[in-house]
Design a protein around this ligand. Structure first.
Ligand code: CO
Length: 150
């Protein structure tokens, strides 16, 4: 089911999200809906608070594939990249943000199994952007200049 994407100004986007403790059917339904919502919106990533659920779960859809990260934590962040970002919760805007060029995260999947992953370039940027959402941070907080997207 496609869910409504919460827009900037809604306090749920500013919450520090709670860790996921139950890897149950409700979580699976949420993740399935987030996947469908992200594909429909043609975005690169979506965090649970963006559909109004303040828990630590994100989905990312990039060249490398489709990923679900539950309770993700950075192990390290290296290098630097500077480039344009947008957000499905900040419609019609874009801004340039400095991010690490390479990151390593640990996370759980929807069953609760633990994994680690190294990502670089745009994939790393998408992960940084989505993990920020879990701490109530929007890219517009970090962007030098937010402009109307073309
Ligand atoms: Co976003």
């Amino acid at each position: 089911m496609i869910r409504e994407i919460v827009q900037v100004g809604d306090p749920v986007l500013r919450k520090k999200c709670e860790p996921v403790t139950r890897f149950d059917n409700d979580l699976c339904l949420l993740l399935d809906d987030m996947k469908e919502t992200l594909k429909d919106a043609e975005g690169a990533g979506l965090a649970a608070p963006q559909v109004g659920v303040p828990i630590r779960a994100v989905v990312v859809d990039v060249e490398e594939g489709y990923f679900e990260f539950i309770n993700p934590i950075f192990v390290w962040q290296k290098g630097e990249q500077y480039g344009a970002e947008g957000c499905l919760s900040v419609r019609g805007k874009a801004g340039d943000v400095r991010r690490p060029s390479k990151v390593k995260i640990v996370f759980q999947d929807r069953k609760g199994d633990r994994y680690s992953l190294v990502a670089r370039d745009f994939f790393a940027r998408a992960i940084c952007h989505e993990l920020d959402h879990l701490d109530g941070v929007l890219y517009t907080d970090k962007a030098d200049h937010v402009r109307n997207a073309d």
